[in-house]
Design a protein around this ligand. Structure first.
Ligand SMILES: [Zn+2]
Length: 429
């Protein structure tokens, strides 16, 4: 049975970093999306789709804007309860806030409670897929995949591996990291909409032996993603230099242990050396920009110029990031780019939060408003508050109409979030 969702629609036909951004997407002021059995089967104008699908059930969202659901390419769901913690930079942040909270995730009840809370928060903010770090505990991986499965969500996640420079109760070993990850991969990867991601936290918390063990596991499962952190803060980079004196640079540590490839996804990647950039482009690896985290923890300003050269996704980095909202994250990306002398077009911001992140995760059936994609959708009210509405009233085109919601919007702008065609916000089954 086909359902037609009516509203404004924006569908990207091209990468707005490679073409004039305003021309990269088709806008229908009265558009429609046909959904059948969880998939988008047709898109176009409301008139055309009503004619092509005369028997369809119709849900009319009026002037609201229908977009692909947001894809958050780098999060730590176990940090949900410590978001917005004060006053630390990266290493102190981890020791003061992150590690004590992550130590609780060996308790499956706690892991389940936070996983469910986290996914409900992101759904309320219009996010339909995430790629999450878990904790060293296999229970934390089971919890997020179970919660995602119950909601029908496509989620990427992996056990975060650490065997040094972490508290006693948050260390595994090279062998147990390999074996636990292998068992979780076998249990979850490809089950429903779950994708397992091999996940060393970052170079300083893994011995060379652990990095090599995870590199070997990745070589056995090359269809999996591998996610980790790269060049977030300058003192972190200096620490990596001390820990791995033979490495040419930070990226070289990963490459030397089999952790560089076209399905590698590196969070942050702010302070890259020219050699690192060239190598990342050469292997077609992905970077993930986490702007609210980078300003909140004081890490630095990501170079959005890289988006024209390689896969770049956008992410909240919950809870180092200061928001669960990809709207707020797009606004922060705009602000960070402005500080580097570039004004990102609204088309570029929306693309990063949808198709850009989907490309970073090599996801072929999300992030796009077109047939053949899952009906993971967000419906945005472009006049959700008085402040936004009065600015929206002056808009001359769709980009001026949507930009105030990107800059000032929050979960009040999210009218509905659909996962595989199921309404998850107002009409939750
Ligand atoms: Zn992170």
């Amino acid at each position: 049975m086909t359902t037609l969702l009516l509203g404004q629609t924006l569908a990207f036909a091209a990468d707005p970093f490679a073409t004039p951004p305003a021309d990269a997407a088709r806008h229908d002021a009265r558009g429609a999306v046909a959904v059948d059995a969880g998939w988008i089967t047709d898109t176009g104008t409301a008139d055309d789709l009503r004619a092509r699908h005369p028997q369809a059930q119709v849900i009319d969202h009026g002037d609201a804007l229908i977009l692909p659901g947001f894809v958050d390419a780098h999060v730590h769901y176990p940090q949900t309860a410590i978001i917005a913690s004060w006053g630390k930079r990266l290493i102190d942040w981890l020791n003061t806030y992150t590690f004590p909270e992550e130590a609780r995730f060996g308790d499956p009840d706690h892991a389940r409670e936070i996983a469910e809370r986290y996914l409900d928060l992101v759904l309320a903010n219009g996010t339909t897929s995430v790629s999450s770090y878990c904790t060293i505990h296999p229970e934390s991986v089971d919890a997020i995949f179970d919660a995602a499965d119950a909601r029908g969500m496509a989620v990427w996640a992996g056990k975060t591996c650490m065997d040094r420079n972490a508290p006693d109760d948050l260390r595994d070993t090279a062998q147990s990291a390999h074996d636990d990850s292998a068992a979780l991969l076998a249990k979850w990867h490809g089950k429903g909409r779950a994708s397992y991601v091999i996940t060393p936290r970052f170079a300083p918390t893994s011995t060379p032996e652990q990095l090599s063990a995870l590199g070997a596991l990745w070589a056995e499962h090359p269809d999996c993603l591998m996610q980790t952190h790269l060049s977030e803060q300058t003192d972190e980079i200096a620490w990596v230099g001390d820990l791995f004196p033979d490495a040419r640079d930070y990226l070289d540590v990963y490459e030397a242990h089999g952790l560089l490839g076209d399905r590698a996804v590196y969070g942050h990647s702010i302070h890259l050396e020219p050699r690192e950039r060239d190598r990342l482009v050469e292997v077609d690896a992905a970077l993930v920009h986490c702007p609210t985290s980078n300003t909140f923890i004081g890490s630095g300003l990501f170079d959005m110029g890289l988006s024209g050269l390689m896969r770049v996704g956008l992410a909240t980095d919950t809870g180092g990031g200061s928001s669960f909202s990809m709207l707020r994250t797009m606004a922060a990306a705009y602000e960070v780019a402005q500080l580097r002398g570039t004004a990102l077009h609204p088309a570029q911001l929306l693309w990063l939060a949808t198709e850009g992140s989907a490309r970073a995760l090599h996801a072929g059936d999300i992030g796009r408003l077109g047939p053949g994609n899952m009906a993971d959708l967000v419906v945005l009210d472009l006049a959700s508050t008085p402040a936004i509405a009065q600015r929206n009233a002056r808009a001359g085109d769709i980009w001026e109409a949507v930009f105030p919601t990107i800059v000032m919007g929050d979960d009040r702008a999210v009218v509905e979030t659909y996962v595989a065609g199921r309404p998850m916000k107002t009409g939750r089954p």
